[in-house]
Design a protein around this ligand. Structure first.
Ligand code: SF4
Length: 354
């Protein structure tokens, strides 16, 4: 019998994500995108239910909390985004643009573990027009400054694009915004729907990559490294500004070799012509106490290193601090990455290390 991990891998590796259960909030069906998704789900033969609100979904199958968690990650809820006040998204952008929440992958370290807590199902919002109108308002407020919007703060929207089509709408909308820019990051490789779009260089697509050790141990359900790189090549060919996010950067036995190999492989895989304009964002591994507790319940055998006595506590804005690497380790990681990137990608930009 296949394990959950194998099932997840097979549905994302060989094809696109297909949920097991689909719920609609009633208002969602008043929108063309809602109807389109219902038609798609019907054509796939998926069980469809109505729910008055995503908060009311209490009948997910599963005998244990863990089983319910796994099925929730394969449950799609189609609804209307009510809050059109965008969160900030430092350091990568000014605002987070909300088109979806939740993700079908199972990265052990994912911060959605905490932010989505007991409701880890995938939500797609159908009122993209209202979301884009709100974005236009934010752009107008800041012009002539450029306003950047991050579309992957609460989800991996590339993995959902075949269902939602929302990225395509945002990309074409942003192409016409003199002072607006879009960016998103992904660990998936299904970029075909994005390749022929008019983007006007206003959308930067980044691929999240990591050392083999991290991908192998902590990123079940995502596209493999070579698939992400192949997709990055297609995105570069389609003329999009391209970047890589290396996150979370981990300190483990052999990390220098691991990250050296990663950058070496990247530099050989990408055509030289894309090096100029390539961006890197570097994020060291961190976790909160709450995240640690949730992660250990959901992935009890995880090899994630979360020992407080080897970490530095960094106070957070809302009272909830994070455990990061001590300064000395963080500097070693940072120096190593900066040196390697400068050597292998001299024309690229490192946007930040955090
Ligand atoms: Fe989280 Fe991204 Fe992994 Fe999805 S792919 S589980 S959003 S880290």
């Amino acid at each position: 019998m296949s394990t959950t991990a194998e099932l997840i891998r097979s549905s994302t590796e060989t094809g696109v994500f297909i949920p097991e259960l689909v719920y609609f909030e009633p208002d969602a069906l008043l929108y063309p995108k809602g109807k389109k998704i219902r038609d798609w789900a019907t054509a796939q033969g998926l069980p469809i239910s109505m729910t008055t609100s995503h908060n009311r979904i209490t009948d997910l199958p599963g005998d244990t909390e863990l089983a319910k968690y796994r099925i929730a990650k394969r449950t799609l809820v189609v609804g209307v985004r009510k809050t059109l006040k965008f969160d900030t998204s430092k350091p990568s952008a000014e605002y987070a643009i909300p088109i979806a929440t939740g993700c079908m992958a199972h990265c052990h370290y994912c911060y959605l573990q905490t932010t989505l807590g007991a409701k880890p199902y995938i939500r797609i919002y159908v009122n993209t027009d209202a979301i884009m109108e709100a974005a236009a308002g934010y752009i107008a407020e800041r012009k002539p400054e450029i306003t950047r919007f991050e579309a992957a703060c609460t989800s991996d929207p590339v993995g959902l694009e075949h269902i939602s089509g929302s990225l395509a709408e945002l990309i074409e909308f942003m192409a016409d915004q003199e002072y607006g820019r879009l960016r998103f990051v992904t660990k998936f490789n299904h970029v075909e729907p994005l390749l022929g779009l008019r983007h006007n260089d206003h959308t930067r697509i980044r691929f999240s990559v990591n050392a083999d050790y991290v991908i192998k141990n902590f990123e079940p359900g995502t596209a493999r490294f070579h698939e992400r790189i192949e997709a990055a090549g297609k995105i570069a060919e389609a003329g999009y500004p391209l970047g890589f996010i290396i996150a979370p950067i981990m300190w483990y036995d052999g990390w220098q070799d691991g990250y050296y190999e990663l950058l070496e492989k990247l530099s050989h895989a990408m055509p030289r012509s894309v090096f100029r304009g390539l961006s890197f964002e570097l994020i060291q591994h961190r976790y909160t106490k709450t995240a640690k507790n949730i992660i250990l319940q959901r992935y009890p055998k995880t090899k994630l290193d979360m020992q407080e006595d080897t970490r530095k506590y960094k106070w957070g804005r809302w009272g909830q601090g994070k455990y990061v690497y001590p300064d000395e380790q963080a500097s070693l990681l940072k120096d190593f990455m900066y040196t390697q990137i400068a050597e292998k990608f001299p024309e690229s930009t490192i946007e930040y290390f955090t």
